[in-house]
Structures are given as C-alpha cells and as structure tokens.
Design a protein around this ligand. Structure first.
Ligand code: ADP
Ligand code: ZN
Length: 215
C-alpha cells in the first residue's frame, strides 16, 4: 500500500502516519524527520536544510525530490510506504508522479487531513519531540510521563525551533501558497480522500485505518 498523507502543519500527519506504519507494517517516511535527523548530525544536507526550516520556508525541491527518490527504493519500501510531508509543491508532485512511473509503482491513495487554524496553532505550540527517537508529544494531550524525558527511550524532550508562534504563521502561509494547490492536482488524479484531523489521536487513527482496510 502506497500512501501520501497531506495537510497543513499540525493537522497530525506524522502522528497518524505512525499509526498506519504500526498497523500495516509499512514504513513511515517523513521528509521533515529526515531533515531534522540530518540537522542533528550536522551532515551537509542538514547544514543546507537548517536555514530554510528555521525560517519556516521549504527546502529546495531538487534536494527534497532526490531524497525521496532514494528512500522509496530502499528494501523496506517493497510492500509500500506512507509518505508524510512530501510532496509539498506542485513541482515536487509532478516529479514524484514521474518517479513512480519510472519505478513502475502506483500511488494508492492521498489522505488530506483537515483541521482549523486555531487547533493547529494550539497543537503546534504545545508540540514537543524526543531528541533521540523522534517520538512526538503534546504538553496538553500526550505529555511524557516524566517531564522532559521520553517514555520510550529516555531521550531528552525538546521543542522544534520552527514551532514558535511566529514561524508557524509563516509555515501556514507557505502551506496555503505552495502546498494547498496539490489538493487540486490529486483531485484531478482521482485518488484523494479528505479526513478530519481534529479529534483524539486513537480515534482518528482508527477511523483512518478502518477506511484503509475497507478499500
Ligand atoms: P509540519 O508538517 O508540522 O510542518 P514537517 O516535519 O513535515 O512538519 O516539516 C518541517 C519542515 O521541514 C518544513 O517546514 C520544511 O521546511 C521542511 N520540509 C519538510 N518536508 C518538505 C518538503 N517536501 N519540501 C520542502 N521542505 C520540506
Ligand atoms: Zn525517545
């Protein structure tokens, strides 16, 4: 099963993609996570990506497309994948369509998550991450059991630099300007479904899984 999960920042893409990964045993690929990993390791990719990300802008398309092209050809993607946060521009989407054709694989479904802006901002400002394993937390809805420490791996919990309220506004604008038009692109391909990203995590995850199983 090959899926894309789209939506504005804070609609829950990463969270629900993790649920899909667990349930269906297909890897969750987050371009944002790949960049954050590269930044923390100070690789050339990380150094390049950091300034764009910190300002709430997108990493250049050619870099991003190349990363995804390589990642989806890894052996763990043989039975599918759930891509989170890619494509984010029309140019990325067109390139992705071309790559899929080259690799002779088909995209099964695009899930577009909806949530209102107030909820998005509330979620993002309360969002925290594990610096070691990347697990996501929310200070209000899913706080770590011990303050500042990851439940799963004991790593330190931190706030993303781009999760400040000022940068979120910019990211939302980038979303509206550059990513939202992709909805029409996938509507034209006829394989997009819109789902409510608000609501409790397990509930929404179960609705998405049930929808996927019924297909
Ligand atoms: P969110 O969905 O909450 O914005 P992500 O982890 O998906 O968080 O993305 C974080 C940042 O990483 C983005 O704001 C952007 O700078 C960069 N990024 C992620 N995916 C892409 C992409 N497909 N193209 C360009 N930049 C990307
Ligand atoms: Zn952890």
């Amino acid at each position: 099963m090959r899926l894309l999960i789209m939506g504005a920042p804070g609609t829950g893409k990463g969270t629900y993609a993790e649920g899909i990964e667990k349930h269906f045993g297909i890897p969750h690929i987050s371009t944002g996570e790949i960049f954050r990993e590269a930044i923390s390791q100070k690789t050339p990719l990380g150094i390049l990506a950091q300034s764009f990300i910190d300002d709430g802008h997108l990493v250049p398309d050619d870099v991003t497309v190349q990363i995804v092209r390589e990642r989806i050809q890894q052996p763990d993607c043989q039975n599918g994948f759930v891509l989170d946060g890619f494509p984010r521009t029309l140019n990325q989407a067109e390139n992705f369509t071309r790559i899929l054709k080259e690799l002779n694989i088909q995209l099964d479904l695009v899930i577009n998550l909806l949530a209102d802006e107030e909820l998005i901002i509330r979620r993002i400002t309360n969002r925290r991450l594990c610096s070691k394993c990347g697990k996501g937390y929310n200070l209000i809805t899913i706080p770590p059991k011990k303050e500042g420490i990851c439940d799963d791996c004991g790593g330190a919990i931190y706030q993303r630099k781009d999760d400040s309220e000022e940068v979120i506004r910019e990211r939302l604008e980038v979303y509206h300007r550059q990513t939202k038009p992709l909805i029409d692109y996938y509507e034209a391909q006829g394989n997009i479904i819109h789902m409510d990203g608000a609501g409790e995590i397990n509930e929404v995850t179960n609705v998405i899984i049930a929808m996927l199983e019924a297909r």
